[in-house]
Design a protein around this ligand. Sequence first.
Ligand code: CA
Length: 609
Amino acid sequence: MQKNRKKAAAFLTAAVLTAGAAGVMPAAPVSAQIKTALYEGEAEACTVTAGGEVTTKVYQDEYPGYSGDGFVWAGNSGGVSFEVDMKEGGMCELRSRCRMYLGSKGDTRTQTVFADGSKVLTAEVPNMGEWYDFSFGSFYLDAGKHKIEIGGQGSYYFVLYDTVSFGYAKMPDLRIEPVPADRQATPQTIALMQYLTSVYGKQILSGQQEIYGGGHDGNYEYEFDYIKDTTGKLPAVRGFDLMNYNPLYGWDDNSTERIIEWVNERGGIATVCCHWNVPKDFDGYTLGEPVDWQACSYKNYQDSGSTFNTANVIKEGTKERALFDEMVRMIAEQFSRMQEAGVPVIFRPLHEAQGNYHRFGDSGTAWFWWGDRGPEVFKELWKLLYTELTETYGIHNLIWELNLYELENSMEWYPGAEYVDIIAYDKYEGSPTRWGKDPATSVFLTLVGYSDDTKMVSIAECDSIPDAVRMKNEGAWWLYVCPWYDTYLTDAQYNAKDFLKEFYTSDLVTTLDELPADLYGSGETPPDSQTKGSETTTEPTQSTERLVRGDVDVNGTVQIADAVMLARYLAEDSKVVVSAEGRFNAELDGQEGLTSNDLVELLIMLAGS
Ligand code: CA
């Protein structure tokens, strides 16, 4: 959470108005291909709406390369329409072979898509200098007959339609390997990862951030009592903030005890972020000295005026590095306590790093110090934190969650698949979209696309919770949804009480009481996690095998066949495919990466059994 969000939102609006086309565009949504066509044909064979025209040239200009008898020129108010009959509801994809001829390459014209007279999409059709296959995107339709129309509102002229195709969209599979990035993850962490991947795409986990420090006069249950009173339920995921364990003004607000209690006594899932502070007068700061919290800031140096230079953290021997090392040591101490108690957590450090960075052309900054020197420094910082916690401190109870945004430059902030388990989006109203109950499906698909559908995605923070049925209908299966504390949860403009009750009691939403009793592994297979409702058609996708050291072929036992398979894999025999689980099981020598040493360990295991 960025404390000055309202201010930021106002700035955003103003900046959007003034920056205009200079802004960084949202990343192109992962174009859901058409899975099953419901309509395919020449545009000129569709109904051409008023203002549109079937032609082979515009004024004197010929546009060869079309198919059929010609193309439809959208004209000043027209377009094409056609009807479809859908046997069942689902996400649909609309495409057209089209051409925008105004201006130069990269210029765009806005076109709109209507279903039964209601606007469902707007799309920027770019000038590509040729005919090409354009996706307008995807949207949900119920079963039944529908009239689909392109055009009729937006910026007209200059768009030519050759063919049109429409059908059920091919949605991502959401089959995630149930293996944490940390190859030395504790059994409880592996069990949690297995559970999360087993529900992902079938259920949405309810979540809630608790207030930290002395908020609500120290009543950490405020949000949870509110949810219980309103819905009769409690969230499956609870968000914590470890900001108060720090070398500057640190004080123990018992977050660690609450995390352990939440997981071990109440059976919930914990997620942790950290608003780490640095001294504003870093030049005048002496390492080891206390600093009043009011003389600290987690904001970027541009806002806070801090002389702390984040770029120096990744250089050994600097004062910044020394302070960072101490921060890491202190948080490692807390994670170590959790690890000893058998408690894994979803850890979302260095959150919202991109902020507004270059959201408006070259302008816009990260809003926290960990992002204020740009993506290259941030990625090194993330890797440093990862390596320090896992290798120096032996912390292996973390599922690593990274915040990303939906901008076309957001992937510059991705440190790499081997450091990340979950990609998270922090969804707030007005920055810059007002989502309401919309599931933000375009953002979901964009984030899924970042990892080519190999990482789960979540809403790690929000105000307005999306509608669960719309999440299911549109396939926007956010792993969990976690409102920020206080009014972000309770304000009726975000989450009216009736809505909150509907969400918490939905068959699509998992609450605390519905988590399996053996969530953290009793040695038995994870629970069957099919959707409680009957509507879904999603197949169960995850292996329910327990991970077994040495089980390279993942058949549940360790045999000589595993050693043979590993030997062939190491010899780069292209006929041998070892799954991610198998590769994880084969990591036996304590060093990351599979080598002949792992094979030796496996042979020793077999000899001893
Ligand atoms: Ca045509």
